[in-house]
Every structure is written in structure tokens, then in C-alpha cells.
Design a protein around this ligand. Structure first.
Ligand code: ADP
Length: 430
């Protein structure tokens, strides 16, 4: 039925009933009784309307669907419709709240920092990554101007100039941050921060490695090219000089070969394509051959002692051999003639240890943390003289890492050093 009719027909019927009753009373008991009844009916109807209006006003102060009163007459329909509207509204609100909670939770999990600022750069909201990157605390800093919180001249300039097409790279609180500002609805802005410290560090390491490797390879090549030029420009060079030049060229070529070999070893150790393949390593035999190699390198200038008091392990025989041989060769190369080098394989403190102790030149404490960096040398000329590539300890570190072990170094300048390669007890054969 037409909604207008639905409202008016029952209302007029109710009014008609009151007036009909008043007419009957008038006819039976006289005019005063009839009018009194009509008046009483009208006043009651008015009072009922006012009372429902009052209920509605009260309810609007706190419009919860559960508190909506039942109505009478036309009010029944009004309240029923209000109830439906309110229920719908409450459902939408619950959905929205749930979505907002999920959205915030997702934002908190982002590794990127996100901070929302209003048109005058007052902080409205930020996630935990932004708190960490920018040193903010949401509770404390909400409503404060972001340029007062991130006090860095480059950041302030970036915001003032408003050239947001390019990100800003900022050194802030000891980290490298990449910041972007994205304007959105009604001049609000989102500040997105990305912690690029590790990427920067890796990029710097890569640059250093390429520069160092190129330099290391160029030096022997320059020597070889120099001798070749001499040979070409002076065909009548005497045999003795020619032999000396050839000998020096061979040495330089061998140096390049060692370098390339070490670089390939390192890249293989770091590559996922070559996972560690463990097999039983006969430690007595392996350390015996490492000692024999050290004696050959020393050529009788040092005393090389061996003590084996540990078990065989599970690991890569080639990798462990290369790591242990590097340590033994360093001990010989950095010890003066007549020194003693001790190689020991033993158990200790829940792990297995290969110790190489020498009575050599020792290392100043300031260098120790950097020794396993590629191409890091305390004394460049000595390392080259003794055929070093500067990659030996980097290889040792990587081999041990792949085996779950570590390298520790104890040294006293002028007295000697002890390099300890520790392997976990789990490397024991089952
Ligand atoms: P290198 O090929 O130059 O020996 P390594 O990576 O093996 O390169 O060692 C790095 C540096 O650590 C060496 O250049 C040297 O300065 C120092 N070093 C290594 N082993 C010893 C040692 N046993 N005694 C003194 N210094 C050492």
C-alpha cells in the first residue's frame, strides 16, 4: 500500500474512533460529557505523541539500537525503521573498525616507515618502523610538527622545497634512510622511510671489492707488460737478464693465478649454488698434510709441531683443508726465521678446535676485528713479499661460517699470535 495511506488511514481511524465514542456519549449523556470525552481523548493523544517525542530525543543522545523503545500507533513504524537504520549503521561501523584494525596491523608489520601528516605537517599517525627510523614515539609525538621532531637540515629543506619526485637520502641517527613524501587527499602527506643502511654497506663493500681486486690484478700485469716491452724493444738482451725477467714475469703471473683462484674460492663459498656437502674428514691425515705443506713453505726456516687430540668430523674436506692451510701458511709467513709454529686439533668447551700458534710478528689489537675483510692487510708490502693475496682469512671465515663455526684471534705484537678455528660438536660423525 502507498506509505502515505499507511500512515494516514490508521491515524484518522483512531481519531474517528475517539470522536465516534464522544458522539455516542454526547447522545447518551449530553453535550458536556461528550465534549469532555473528546477533549480527554485529544489531550491523551497529544500526551502520547509528546512522550514518544521525548523518548526519541533521549534516544538520539545515545543512539544505540538496543535502547530504542517500542512505539504505539504511527510510532511503531517510525521506531522500527529507525531500528533497522541503526542496526545497519552499527554493522557498517563494526566492519569499518575491523578493517581499520587490520589495516593498522598490516602497516605495523611493514618494514618501511609510514607517517601521516596533516596539511601543516603535524603528525597524525605513524607505524613502528617510522618510530624506529625517525626516533618518534606515536603517543608522545602525535600532534607535533614533524620538522620539529626530525631535526635534520636536509629533511627540512626537502619539505620546504617540496620537490618530492626524487627521494631524499638521509644520514640520520647512525642509519642511512631513504625518505619519500607522497601528498594525498586534501593536502595531507604520507612520509615513507626505507632503511637503506645494509644495502648501502653491501654496495660500498662491492665497490671496494671491485676497486681492490682491479688494483691487485693490475699491479702484476703492469710488471709483466713492462718486461714484455723491454723484450720487444731490445731483441739483443743478454741471456742472464732475459732469464731474470722471465723469472719475475712467471712470479707475477703466478701471483695473479693465486689471486684469481682465491677470488673464485670466495665466490663459490658465498654462492647458494654450492651448498655444503658434508662427509667424514680424516683430521689426522688432513692436518698432517697441512703441516707438510707448511714445512715446504718454510723450507727449514721454522719448526712446525703438530698435536692431534681430537676426533674426525663431518664437513667438506676441501674447504676445511683450504681454511686450515691458510692459517698454517700465515703462521709461517708472518714469523721470523727460527720461529716455532704449533698446529693443534683438540676438544674444548663443548666444541672442536684447530689452533695455530706462532711466535711471529703479532698483530696490533686495532687491526684484529678487520683481518677477515677482503684485501685487508696490516702490512701490504710484507703480505705481497710473502705471496699473500689478502683473501686468506676471508676464506677461513666463510668456510667456518658454512660449517657453523667461527674464527677467534689472540695476538701480542712482537710476541706472536694464536688463530683458533672452532667447529661445533655437532660436526662429529654420527
Ligand atoms: P694475506 O694474504 O695478506 O696474508 P690474509 O687474509 O691471510 O691475507 O691475512 C690478512 C692479514 O692479517 C695479513 O696481511 C697480515 O697482516 C695479518 N696476519 C694474518 N695472519 C697473521 C699472523 N699469523 N701473524 C701476524 N699477522 C697475520
Amino acid at each position: 500500500m502507498n506509505p502515505k495511506l499507511l500512515f494516514w488511514v490508521p491515524a484518522l481511524l483512531r481519531l474517528g474512533l475517539v470522536f465516534a465514542a464522544a458522539g455516542i456519549v454526547w447522545w447518551m449523556f449530553g453535550v458536556v460529557a461528550g465534549l469532555s470525552l473528546a477533549l480527554a481523548g485529544a489531550v491523551t493523544a497529544l500526551f502520547v505523541q509528546l512522550s514518544y517525542l521525548h523518548h526519541l530525543g533521549e534516544w538520539l543522545n545515545e543512539p544505540h539500537s538496543a535502547r530504542l523503545p517500542d512505539g504505539w500507533g504511527a510510532w511503531t513504524d517510525v521506531f522500527a525503521r529507525l531500528y533497522r537504520l541503526r542496526r545497519e549503521d552499527e554493522r557498517h561501523q563494526a566492519e569499518l573498525t575491523e578493517w581499520l584494525a587490520r589495516f593498522r596491523q598490516a602497516m605495523q608489520l611493514l618494514p618501511e616507515g609510514v607517517a601521516i601528516m596533516d596539511d601543516v605537517l603535524f603528525l597524525e599517525w605513524c607505524n613502528t618502523a617510522a618510530e624506529r627510523h625517525l626516533g618518534l614515539t606515536m603517543e608522545r609525538d602525535k600532534g607535533l610538527r614533524v620538522t620539529n621532531l626530525v631535526r635534520h637540515p636536509d629533511f627540512i629543506d626537502y619539505i620546504i622545497l617540496g620537490r618530492y619526485e626524487q627521494p631524499l637520502t638521509l644520514s640520520f641517527r647512525g642509519r642511512k634512510l631513504e625518505c619519500r613524501i607522497i601528498p594525498f587527499e586534501n593536502r595531507r602527506q604520507i612520509l615513507v622511510t626505507h632503511d637503506a643502511t645494509d644495502t648501502e654497506r653491501i654496495e660500498a663493500m662491492r665497490r671496494d671489492f671491485i676497486a681492490n681486486a682491479s688494483h691487485e690484478l693490475r699491479t702484476p700485469l703492469t710488471v709483466i707488460v713492462g718486461f714484455l716491452e723491454i723484450a720487444m724493444s731490445d731483441p739483443g738482451l743478454d741471456v742472464a737478464t732475459r732469464t731474470t725477467h722471465l723469472k719475475l714475469m712467471t712470479e707475477q703471473a703466478q701471483r695473479m693465478q693465486r689471486l684469481i683462484q682465491d677470488m673464485l674460492t670466495l665466490s663459490r663459498l658465498e654462492s647458494d649454488e654450492f651448498p655444503l656437502r658434508r662427509e667424514r674428514v680424516d683430521m689426522k691425515e688432513m692436518i698432517g698434510s697441512v703441516a707438510a705443506e707448511a714445512r715446504a713453505l718454510s723450507n727449514g726456516r721454522h719448526q712446525v709441531e703438530v698435536e692431534i687430540d681430537g676426533p674426525d668430523v663431518m664437513g667438506s674436506p676441501e674447504e676445511l683443508r683450504s681454511a686450515f692451510a691458510n692459517l698454517a701458511s700465515n703462521a709461517v709467513r708472518y714469523s721470523p726465521d727460527g720461529g716455532t709454529v704449533r698446529l693443534a686439533w683438540k676438544r674444548g668447551d663443548g666444541e672442536l678446535r684447530f689452533e695455530v700458534a706462532d711466535c711471529g710478528i703479532g698483530i696490533d689489537p686495532q687491526h684484529i676485528p678487520r683481518l677477515t675483510e677482503r684485501f685487508y692487510r696490516v702490512d701490504k708490502s710484507r703480505s705481497r713479499e710473502t705471496q699473500g693475496t689478502g683473501l686468506g682469512l676471508a676464506i677461513v671465515k666463510h668456510v667456518l661460517l658454512r660449517h657453523g663455526g667461527r674464527l677467534s684471534i689472540a695476538s701480542t705484537p712482537g710476541k706472536g699470535s694464536t688463530f683458533t678455528a672452532s667447529l661445533p660438536n655437532t660436526s662429529l660423525p654420527g
